[in-house]
Design a protein around this ligand. Structure first.
Ligand code: ADP
Ligand code: MG
Length: 259
């Protein structure tokens, strides 16, 4: 077990300077449905945490609460030592510090690829348009879609659109990026071009939480695997330990179905 989960039983330790995301005693109800059950998770700066688990286990809900797209019923979430504000400008600022990449890309259909990437820096960060264009082109080159900058999202393949979504997240210079099943909507031949970009980000030290069913990515890129079932974190471990030596019946059962 990690230090983060050991603190669960006793008094929670104060977050250290390297604890970028701290989820502490979080519960979330949708009506009567207990979607997150006393979830504790600490993600350190530069760490890559892969979350896996069956459908409906609360993986998306956890990501969405970290970005405050969902409220929590109780507990607390700290971002770089600061509690997530409930609303207003302070929330917008903190939210801009955590990028999110969704299964369905969510690009602006009526904006060009370049505009999709520059909109945030101009509107939210107050960057000059020229500087944002330069940044946008650099980032689109980094994810390998620089030849598409003046096209519209529908003119790109799914894999290209998802790489644009990653560039758009990077344009905000986030402290961390949350990926919620970023390759699940892609045709198989496009999955690796997106995973390659993510592996590259991980190598460059980006802090990432990745919900995925891509076990190859989890094995090679994750520092830690978190297994969720029924709204709770059931176990967490290094990928090697988790895949070779799952401890809980739930994890063994899940792995036997997908591997
Ligand atoms: P996962 O991403 O692991 O598949 P989710 O976090 O999407 O799981 O969902 C966890 C549980 O919460 C599921 O039972 C789901 O039906 C429920 N749920 C998710 N979002 C909502 C919502 N907006 N309103 C009500 N129930 C929801
Ligand atoms: Mg989900």
């Amino acid at each position: 077990m990690t230090a983060a989960s050991e603190t669960h039983a006793g008094t929670p330790a104060a977050p250290g300077p390297d604890d970028l995301i701290v989820v502490r005693g979080v519960n979330k109800y949708y009506g009567k449905l207990h979607a997150l059950k006393d979830v504790n998770l600490t993600v350190k700066r530069g760490e890559v945490v892969v979350i896996i688990g069956p459908s409906g286990s609360g993986k998306s809900t956890l990501c969405r609460t970290i970005n405050r797209l969902e409220t929590i019923s109780d507990g607390e979430i700290l971002l770089d030592g600061q509690a997530l504000p409930q609303e207003g400008k302070a929330l917008a600022k903190l939210r801009a510090e955590v990028g999110m990449v969704f299964q369905s890309f969510n690009l602006f259909a009526h904006k060009t690829i370049l505009e999709n990437v520059t909109l945030g820096p101009v509107k939210v960060r107050g960057m000059a348009k020229d500087a944002a264009d330069t940044l946008g082109r650099d980032l689109l080159e980094r994810v390998g879609v620089e030849s598409q900058v003046l096209k519209y999202p529908a003119q790109l393949s799914g894999g290209q659109q998802q790489r644009v979504a990653i560039a758009r997240a990077l344009a905000m210079e986030p402290k961390a990026i949350l990926f919620d099943e970023p390759t699940s909507a892609l045709d198989p031949e496009m999955i690796n071009e997106v995973l390659d970009v993510m592996v590259d980000l991980a190598k460059k030290g980006m802090t990432m939480i990745v919900v995925t069913h891509e076990m190859g990515f989890a094995r090679t890129a994750a520092d830690r695997v978190v297994f969720m079932a029924d709204g709770a974190i059931v176990e967490e471990n290094t990928p090697e330990e988790f895949f070779n030596n799952p401890r809980s019946e739930r994890a063994k059962d899940f792995l036997s179905k997908i591997l």
